[in-house]
Design a binder for this molecule. Structure first.
Ligand SMILES: [Fe+2]
Ligand SMILES: [Fe+2]
Length: 187
C-alpha cells in the first residue's frame, strides 16, 4: 500500500471502524482492499492515446483508487458540518472511491464486458455488487453507491445521489494531481 493508502486507513478507516462494521461494509471493504493489493498493480489507464493518458498510465489502479477515496473523504469532511455524519457516511464513500475503477483490472475486463471508458464503470459496479453479494451484505445505501460508480464518467446527473458528484469531482481532481506529480503536466 502506498503513502495515500496508509493515510486513508489511518485518517478515515480506523476512526470510522465501528460505523463500517455496523453498516455491513467491513468484510466487503477488506475484499476490495485485497483485490486492489493483489490485482491493482496494473495501469489505471485503458489505452494510451494521448500525452495525458501516457503520463497517467504510470499510476496503478490501486494508487488511483486510494487517492480518489481519500480525496472524496477530504472533500466531504470539508463540507460536513457534523463529525458523526462523516463517520456514518464513510462506508459508502470508501466503497465508491475504492471500487469505482475495479472494472479496469484485466480479470474483470473482457471483450464481452468491453474495456472502454464507459464500460469499465459498469463492470466496476458489477464487481462491487458481487463482492457484497458474496458477503451476504446489502446495506440500504448500496444501490446509491452502485449507481454513482456506474455513471462516474457520465455527464448525466441524478437527483438524490450526492455520491455521484463527489466521486466524479474527486476522480477528476485526482487525475489532475497525479499528472502534475509525475510530469508537471497541466490538463
Ligand atoms: Fe473510471
Ligand atoms: Fe478513476
Amino acid at each position: 500500500m502506498d503513502e495515500i493508502g496508509i493515510k486513508l486507513i489511518e485518517e478515515y478507516v480506523k476512526p470510522a471502524l465501528l460505523a463500517i462494521k455496523n453498516s455491513g461494509a467491513y468484510a466487503p471493504l477488506l475484499s476490495i482492499l485485497n483485490i486492489l493489493s493483489e490485482e491493482g498493480m496494473c495501469s489505471s489507464v485503458l489505452g494510451t492515446h494521448n500525452e495525458l493518458s501516457r503520463v497517467l498510465s504510470q499510476i496503478t489502479i490501486a494508487q488511483h483508487s486510494y487517492f480518489v477515496a481519500y480525496t472524496m473523504l477530504q472533500r466531504f469532511q470539508q463540507s460536513a458540518s457534523w463529525e458523526p455524519q462523516l463517520r456514518s457516511t464513510t462506508p459508502q464513500i470508501l466503497i465508491s472511491g475504492l471500487g469505482h475503477d475495479l472494472g479496469k483490472i484485466p480479470r474483470y475486463s473482457s471483450p464481452c464486458h468491453g474495456r472502454g471508458r464507459y464500460d469499465h464503470a459498469i463492470v466496476s459496479a458489477n464487481v462491487v455488487a458481487d463482492v457484497f453479494c458474496n458477503h451476504n451484505s446489502s446495506p440500504p445505501w448500496l444501490a446509491m453507491v452502485l449507481q454513482a460508480i456506474r455513471i462516474h464518467h457520465s455527464d448525466y446527473e441524478v437527483k438524490n445521489n450526492y455520491l455521484q458528484k463527489l466521486l466524479r469531482r474527486a476522480d477528476w481532481e485526482a487525475r489532475m494531481i497525479e499528472a502534475r506529480r509525475i510530469k508537471g503536466t497541466i490538463i
